[in-house]
Design a protein around this ligand. Sequence first.
Ligand SMILES: Cc1ncc(COP(=O)(O)O)c(C=O)c1O
Length: 448
Amino acid sequence: MRFSRFFGGSKADEPQQPDGAEDAAAVDESPPEDDDADGDVVPEGDRDVDLDLEWRERAPDVIPGGASTGSKRSAALYGERSTVGPTHFMRASGCHVVTPGGRTLIDCTMALGSVAIGYGDEAITRAVVEAAAAGNVAGLSHTSEVEVAERLCDIVPCAEQVRFLKSGADAVTAAVRIARTYTGRNHVVGSGYFGWHDWSSSEPGVPPGVQSGFTRTAFDDVAALQAACDRVKGDLAAVVIEPVVERLPSREWLDAARRICDDSGAVLVFDEIKTGFRIRPGGYQEYSGVHPDLATFGKAMANGFPISAVLGRADVMEAATRTWISSTLAGETTALAAVSAVIAWHERAEVCDTLWRTGEEMMGAVARAVAAIGLPGISVEGIAPMWFLRFDDPALESRFLELAVEEGVLFKRGAYNFASLAHDEETIVDIEEAASTAFVHLAEETRG
Ligand SMILES: Cc1ncc(COP(=O)(O)O)c(C=O)c1O
């Protein structure tokens, strides 16, 4: 792993240009300045693993669990028993992150899939900075809220109207509230992860009564879906589906969901928080041709800036005016500017095609490393733009993740690793080298 690449100003971090891309998003190649006012960052070129551990240990004193995003807690990154591995970063560019201890890591997680173009993309950053400089909020709505809504209606097949929110959970909760208002019914049948809000969660702190309006059903199981909907027949407000979970769904499952909603008058919602602007710009509905009544978008739509959207058929969306869905900063312009800049990227380049191709190469690289080592119970799975390593033994997975990070690559524990435009050919070679070396060490430790 060549740590000098990030600091040394090579072109390696420049986002890979998809075919047809005209103006490359140039990456600032000047070495990062030492912005260590507190002395808590090592100078350029040095590495101090202890400093990474200091941040890891310092965080839980003031942040329960160590991170505000569940998947970024040390236990989530490396496993409950892990005591090593960096948890914090100082800067990110392309697909690289730099830790406080001066390590440069290739990031295969891409901020939980919220970044598909690359970290710190110049065009997107410029748009965001300009929006901030122009005053990002006011007592009136900004015109960009209307413009971006219009653009999304052009791009997403089911979209005739849009409401913006801030998080994925906000958007799915809004979709459910709209569906319940539109139908005048209560019950929601859902398959997938919809965020942390009460209506779909059975965690401690959620009153048991909340669950009475929600039935969870298994991914891609037509009989289970039918049975769950039959049980609440007259009261079915919505079927909410995360359309891709570890693999593509069967056509039968999607058709069954569409038919059940059409027959019962319920609202079909696709949660496209991960699939929007990744599988296709218009999400899985564009890819499959099955159109929901409502959909939720977020993550890659703004390349890491905080905004989400619920969108869909105008007659269904109109119910948003008969209930209460509102967030003070929903129409804040920096995140809207990021969405505009992401849409511009998709207009000038085949971003999603490149994500599929790059993801295939990433999967191939790691699959070769897995095959070469011959350890049982490890496989590379998923679909190319969102893939993952499956370990039968969680302890082996934890140790592999620690070893891989030592070799300079951050892989996701469980699902998913996400392709980005910034994972270029050289990076993929580095990913294969790092995975291979980590597996060699893992095999040595395992076989004693
Ligand atoms: C399909 C899906 N829906 C909803 C969410 C929740 O999004 P957020 O974490 O932004 O609230 C996620 C987050 O991973 C998601 O993948």
